[in-house]
Design a protein around this ligand. Sequence first.
Ligand code: NAD
Length: 477
Amino acid sequence: MSTTTETYKCFIGGEWTDAASGETMEVIAPATGETIAEVPRCGAEDVDRAVAAANKVLPAWLEKTPKERSELLHKLADVIEENAEELAQLESLNVGKPLLASRDEMPFSADNLRFFAGAARHLEGKSAGEYIEGYTSLIRREPLGIVAGVCPWNYPLMMAVWKIGPALAAGNVQIVKPAEQTPLSLLRFAQLAQEVIPEGVLQVVTGDGVPAGQRLVEHPDVRLVSLTGDVETGKTIARTAADTLKRVHLELGGKAPMVVFDDADPEAVAEGIRLAGYWNSGQDCTAGSRVIAGPKIYDALLEALVPQVESLKVGDPLNDETEMGSVISQSQQERILGFLERANKATVLTGGSAGSDKGFFVQPTLVTDVQQDDEIVQREVFGPVVTVQRFADDAQAIEWANGVRYGLAASVWTRDVARALNAVRKLQFGTVWVNDHLLPISSELPHGGYKQSGYGKDMSIYSMEEYTQIKHAAFKL
Ligand code: NAD
């Protein structure tokens, strides 16, 4: 693992620059605790510089045709594909996630950009016509102008790409702020892509949520902020954005239930939980963190599940064999272990501690004997911790599954189609998978929450529409 410290700059107005204050912040490799880089700690002044640069280039960018915007997105996808291994290595180092996971994210990110490259040329709407006697009306779908993307640390490059694709495809210019813990892959991507990015069309500003992120939300010229992050951050951003009535797109936390009916195959479900609960150390907003199992399958499921969880290969994220790396930071490690300490009436079937003195690790953990209103069932742990509850009947399963403030993703495990369809109808989540969890996602299909998991969709044409505004023009004949 690298121990050299690299110095990065941020990307404003087509130039690589320091923060106006000259301040920097350290970037840590969480699997070792070592400092690997420093990046500018930008503040409000730097955000204002980026907005000024965006305002300067916006008129020329608005003249670009869908074909030209599409070509840019294809070139950005090429950059990811051509540098996939380097970007994956950097992502693993900075996030502490296994290479097998980071390598998986690069082709998917490139595919996402290609989907929006296609979508840029295929925006449909109502046909022009005489809806009012004596007038011809036409509908225009126009970009918003300057938009901002505020990103999380769990999938740093991929979450940024999910914002870049629809924003640029729709004809906006964009300022992206990576999470303070994980700016490296986005900065490196921008370095690799600098020749193809028209000046000021895509800018990267590094810094803390407050003041850098906050200034993006406050700035009156920024017309939309898309956040992927915590529920509380989403609420703060929505409140701040109200002052300038900018559009807000919120992809927030989750607490995904995996509802396992008695007729499911316990071995297949256990394999599914091994992936859904522990992929990316459970630091996934759609992670299957609550197993809600039927009375008859419960014992057989636990019997199959414990060895599955214990078989996970935990260790150095840069080792090809590793299946689970560290968590993102010391504070996140302490937060996760704090949930386990407070759940003192629960039974820890496996895991339950850090498991390593070096770096910020948490063992894959399985917990039973929890109640529906326990903190560990109600709140997002965002770590490799899965709880298992035993329900009495189907109605209780759905009630428990829905009985949290989140509504991002859920899964149902059954061989009975009617039971599955009924559950899909009743579950209040933006995604419901049947007999699988986590990986069935695709650039064509929307991803986004219900309830306090937020509003607005990532991926799919629905996402691109949110980066546009609709104009009606009426011509008197
Ligand atoms: P976070 O909310 O702490 O930070 C996310 C981003 O918001 C960071 O870039 C941060 O700097 C910025 N930020 C913080 N305060 C801000 C403010 N007042 N104004 C503007 N920007 C601000 O979240 P995190 O800890 O980086 O990520 C983990 C969270 O993200 C989890 O809750 C997880 O569920 C969620 N998440 C959701 C999805 C989804 O698609 N719904 C995907 C990934 C992660």
